[in-house]
Write a protein that binds this ligand. Sequence first.
Ligand code: UD1
Ligand code: CA
Length: 457
Amino acid sequence: MSLAAVILAAGKGTRMKSDLPKVLHKICGLPMVCHVLKAAREAGSDRVILVAGFGGDLVEQETRGRAEVVFQHEQLGTAHALQQAAPILQDFAGDILVLCGDTPLVTADTLKRVVSAHRESGAQATVLTAVLDSPAGYGRVIRDNRGRVHRIVEEKDAAPEDLAVGEINTGIYCFKSRGLFETLGLVRPDNVQGEYYLPDVIGRYVGEDRVVTAVQVADPVEIMGINDRCQMALARAALAARINRQLMLSGVTITDPSAVYIDVGVTIGRDTVIYPGTIIEGDTVIGRGCSIGPFTQLVSARLGDNVAVRQSVIEDSDIGSNCVIGPYSYIRPGCVLDGQVKVGDFVELKKVKIGYGTKVPHLSYVGDAVLGRDVNVGAGTITCNYDGKKKWTTIIEDNAFIGSNANLVAPVRVGAGAVVGAGSTITKDVPDGALGVARDKQKNIPGWSGRKGRKGE
Ligand code: UD1
Ligand code: CA
């Protein structure tokens, strides 16, 4: 039996006070709606239809290739929203999962439970419910005296005895496609809000003696809806805790999970230790046995095994196994470090390829450069890569030794085994094995300290 998912996401999200559609706000590296999309796919949806409204073009761009987008131009209610998928799903023969774009914490496991309960009971509709201590704001699930779902009543339309019910409608349902769009067409906006309510379909089915079942969510945090940025922060914390927990259970040590922020797309190998103040973003991949942090930010970085990074930032770069980075290194996009490389304190790298065993231990800027194996770059070395118009490349071959405080004015090449004298400004290539020195000879003036009128006297 095939499964389609419809994600309702046309609401403006007024309380976000944002120019961006609510469902495109990111939580743990992914727009809210993409979390829902991912769960829908993992739960077995063969196709996903997204009902967009406010900022729909942006939503379409963000989900291109992963969802078919339909537009609801006026937000007349959830039933009206689902109706917009009719042109696409009218002839679809399977089951239809209905989800909300602003409940990013729902898991594929829960959706699978809804779909299998729906199929096992042969129900026309299955609703996911939750029992809450404070159900205020939600639609309440009213059951009959045999415990079967009878109808769903919105809070604004509810009688006092309905309000006392703690079981709420999560807004997530599974429907048989057959008959759904006909019934949706019968829903009338005869309620306090004047909206076309999707939950009215449930009451109609019950009235027609069709089977309606309910599944209760195990952890109500999953169905938490985001309406403002305070709720978004709570959702982020809950999702971050879930991500950290999964990583810890897979063999990663996180010394203080409340102080570590890891995006959903991150992969980390076992026996890696993550210290506080660390943010790991994008599709970063970290190998085994690494030590990351404290106070480190990795953005779409790829690290081998046994890499140690302290108080540093690494963006979109490859770091080989056994490298030692930081404290206070800044590795900008496009760097590729082979194994056993050391990048020390206050070093900035940009678009640099570095060979095995090379060291850039202190206070350097190396950009647009290719460094061979076992090179030693002295403290304070600068590659002068920019002439005001164009960027030029510096090449340093295997085993070269760059003395402290050298300026390498690109384009320039320092040959294999060559030495650059400390304090040199190198503008011409240094041949293999040569010493390149480019600085004034030292003059000593004897008796200087005894002279009259010396500065400072
Ligand atoms: C809805 C349910 C309520 C349930 C709650 C769970 C209805 C009438 N009520 O209420 O029983 O407890 O969800 O969170 O369905 N949307 C559209 N187009 C519209 C209206 C809404 O796409 O015209 C989308 C919204 O963007 C949102 C979802 O549908 O993703 C739910 O809409 P919302 O306005 O939040 O419904 P609630 O009033 O919270
Ligand atoms: Ca809502």
